[in-house]
Design a protein around this ligand. Structure first.
Ligand SMILES: *Cc1c(COP(=O)(O)O)cnc(C)c1O
Length: 384
């Protein structure tokens, strides 16, 4: 299906990129697992690591529609997408500006890999655009963003930072994993490159690993030139599963948005809870910016600090499972200080609100009442 038509994104999430099946007239895309294709008298030679096999292109067409991008590349993990995008724009002597509260894996990659290539970086509080502007040097080539942040869901102003970057001829890359393409489309706000850990909301069922980069044809061809060297391509079967997952992304994420908002409101009023972080609460410092730049909803992630030992609270949950990762149809919970932020220094943890008792809830699509009941009974049990 041609993506530049008048259908809405909900319709195109189902139909865009579907590969026709002229042999059997089936409804869904066939899977093309071949890694060997003819090279004579063909318009294009297909190969998995050229990121151009039918099932790879099929999901990119869908994802590009969802993110309002012209083109994209699909990877085998979020980190493959992120590191390939960063290294496509950065070389020895360059400098990059990143938020201090980014995803732990990305922070680790920057600290350990950039040093080996003498690429400089400044970690800033991206909620303050003046701090971003002040960190710009002549050799700054990339401003990297992540909003809402992990785990305390801090919000930075995408459009303001994109404008600062454009005025200074600096590329912008944003990790849009937490928001998902349903809630936030950074390209419409002036961002050059969107990355996703598709392992989360894009896959949506906690059963596959993938990553994506999306942007204009120009930036994607630049990233492609590095991607074919680094590899990181995804196989046809996983691509096909993602295509299937994306058909329900609006249904899933909207249910997760609604559940998360209800849970956040419940937690905020609960005397057994000290602190609740959710960008859809009027009390959240980033609420006004979130409302403006997340027209689809505030997402399915909620962080909070029970007024009792978190380990005991988690232990007492029945329905909500303890698990790393996020974005699945099932609700899961983690203790960031033991998982994603285990390697972060105490000072930074304190600065972003990662305490021993902070928990991060990834809200699924279950009935809102069942989730609230489970949280309530676990809070009561842990307080005894
Ligand atoms: C999980 C995650 C990543 C890394 O993705 P992988 O698929 O695990 O490589 C990057 N950014 C964010 C925000 C994530 O949650």
């Amino acid at each position: 299906m041609n993506s530049n038509n008048t259908f809405s994104k909900e319709t195109l999430a189902v139909h865009a990129g579907t590969i026709p099946d002229p042999t059997y007239q089936g409804t869904v895309s066939p899977i093309f697992p071949s890694s060997a294709y003819d090279y004579e008298d063909v318009p294009e030679t297909f190969y998995p690591r050229y990121f151009n096999t039918p099932n790879q292109k099929s999901i990119i067409e869908k994802l590009a529609v969802l993110e309002s991008a012209e083109d994209g590349l699909i990877f085998s993990s979020g980190m493959a997408a992120i590191t390939t995008a960063l290294f496509a724009f950065l070389r020895t002597g360059d400098h990059c500006i990143v938020p201090f509260d980014i995803y732990g894996g990305t922070q680790h990659a920057i600290v350990h890999e950039f040093a080996r290539f003498q690429i400089g970086y400044t970690m800033v509080d991206m909620r303050n655009p003046a701090e971003v502007a002040a960190a710009i040097r002549p050799e700054t080539k990339v401003i990297y963003l992540e909003t809402p942040s992990n785990p305390t869901l801090a919000i930075c102003d995408i459009q303001t930072i994109a404008t600062i970057a454009r005025d200074n001829h600096i590329h912008t890359i944003i990790d849009n994993t937490f928001a998902s393409p349903v809630n936030q489309n950074p390209i419409l706000l002036g961002i050059d490159v969107v990355t996703h850990s598709g392992t989360k909301y894009i896959g949506g069922h906690s059963d596959l690993s993938c990553g994506a980069v999306l942007g204009s044809k120009k930036v994607i061809s630049q990233i492609f030139n590095s991607a074919i060297h680094f590899g990181g391509n995804l196989d046809a079967q996983a691509c096909w599963l993602i295509e299937r997952s994306l058909k329900t992304i609006f249904l899933r994420v909207r249910q997760q948005n609604a559940n998360a908002l209800a849970i956040a409101r419940f937690l905020e009023k609960n005397t057994l809870v000290k602190k609740t972080y959710y960008p859809g609460l009027e009390s959240h410092v980033g609420y006004d910016i979130a409302r403006k730049q997340m027209p689809g909803g505030f997402g399915g992630m909620v962080a909070f600090e029970p007024a009792l030992p978190a380990a005991s609270f988690i232990e007492n949950l029945n329905l909500i499972k303890r698990a790393i990762s996020l974005g699945g149809v099932e609700s899961t919970i983690t203790s960031p200080i033991k998982t994603s932020h285990a390697k972060m220094d105490a000072e930074t943890c304190a600065r972003i609100g990662v305490t021993a008792d902070l928990v991060r809830l990834s809200v699924g699509i279950e009935a809102e009442g069942d989730l609230i009941k489970d949280i309530q009974q676990a809070l009561v049990a842990a307080s005894k």
